[in-house]
Design a protein around this ligand. Sequence first.
Ligand code: ATP
Length: 321
Amino acid sequence: MSDDIQNKPLIAVVGSLNMDLVVKTDIIPEEGETVSGEELHYLAGGKGANQAVAAARMGGQTTMIGAVGSDGFGERLLHSLTESGADASQVRILDDTVTGTASIWLSKGDNRIIVIPGANGQVLPAMLEEADTVKSLTAAAAVLLQLEIPLPAVTRAAQLAAEGSALVVLNPAPAVPGLPQELLRCVDVVTPNRSELAVLTGRDELRPEDVDAAVAELAASLGAAVVTTLGPEGAVYAAAPGGRVQAGRAGACRAPGYAVSAVDTTGAGDCFNGALAVALARGETLDAAVGFAMGAAALSVTKLGAQSGMPFASEVQAFLA
Ligand code: ATP
């Protein structure tokens, strides 16, 4: 077990960094109205940064690639990465834009969110061609991607990763219909949740009883492994014959979730992805990697905050022992 912790595979994460401004209020203001709210929280977020924190805490030697503005929010996001042991030196600090923010109004179970992409919207392919970034992508054991930065940059990152020997793990969130073939052909593992799986398989909606068939269908059509997370119910996964990532048996496999007392499920999917990438980069089978990722994600929902609630590898190993 401790040998696993010593084995620190190189992981590169290309994606978003956001400051989440969480406003708790009893009353949502009408047009022209001003109200007093109850609480304001500044929480480090963005799928890219969340997954980088998870990968670093899971024992991956992790580099985050992305962009923030030259403002206080950017500084706090960089600090959150380095505090978890991730390398933030390839997060570009841009002068002409703001750090990405998500303004989240929470009121009586309802939430309204306005995202300002800011610097995330300026992560373009040219930024990935810089020598240090090309090196990180081509030398990595796994490259982890999501869809919160412009699609051409996601595609270029996948291509550079595929030029090396990295496993390319794509978390297709938020859902984008019609992903380009240039991206999909570079991908080794895709990790949609149920609604993203529906979009990827061209369905308006996906009934729970159809998930296994859709996972197997997508794996076969991409020639890649597919892992669909189902919240507390766990995950369904399938590997394609001939793909780089293989499972113990053919067809869709179900891994039931761990029963825990959930406090905050924000970022559970990000924790799952970070842990999955590290386990696969260490050479574990898809079955073992999914089990490890589910243990990590289950622990993450028992704590508050996306990044602050991510567990460490030793905690996951103790939980699963
Ligand atoms: P998000 O976007 O909120 O991070 P997601 O839809 O990408 O979520 P989920 O399917 O909700 O991801 O969760 C990912 C994994 O986290 C699940 O496969 C499961 O292993 C774990 N998980 C989530 N919620 C719970 C829970 N209440 N109890 C136990 N495990 C959970």
